[in-house]
Design a protein around this ligand. Sequence first.
Ligand code: M6P
Ligand code: ZN
Length: 192
Amino acid sequence: MTDPSELHPFTTLLDLDLDLGALTPVRGEVTERRLADMRGMYQREPADPERLVYQVLPIEVPATNANILCSTTLLHPGQVGDEFHMTKGHFHEVRDRGEFYLGIAGEGRLVMATEDGRSVVEPMRRGTLNYIPGGWAHRSVNVGDEPLVFLAAYIGDAGHDYGTIEDRGFPVLVVHGSGGPAVVDNPRYRSR
Ligand code: M6P
Ligand code: ZN
């Protein structure tokens, strides 16, 4: 689409279902991620690959830099070994594209990392606004007992680079420690 005014304005009422932790309605195709879709990302190989970890509910518009893409992520509570349920995590293919997350329900951590190995871990909960600058990979982690739900918005042509994270991992992990969620170094991280 060359003329962005060809896209008709619309309003989506985000209706928070407290039982499901889900936002409806959805405009577009829901992505479901199971443990089987995340092979090698957890330190321990899971025994139940069919377990549903998260769903991404999009508000679809054309993926160009004229638009802002939005999606709601519903990340179910749970662990694989010591590690809490998490998203795959990605850099943007167009590295300088930024993003923000608005926390809606649950308790989480947002793990961010640069390609030269710097990392930052920020809290996520209802009402938090996490700003992810360009050049920072991002992965969300559910450290609570309820679904972690957040709205994401990013520049439409950003794209998802999963391969770099699949090859190298994140520098840190979020694990269930004796005093609650703990951030520890990832022994399998491959620095450059
Ligand atoms: C957020 C956004 C989406 C992303 C989703 C799940 O909603 O960042 O772009 O797809 O989280 O994360 P991932 O794609 O890393 O699995
Ligand atoms: Zn992103």
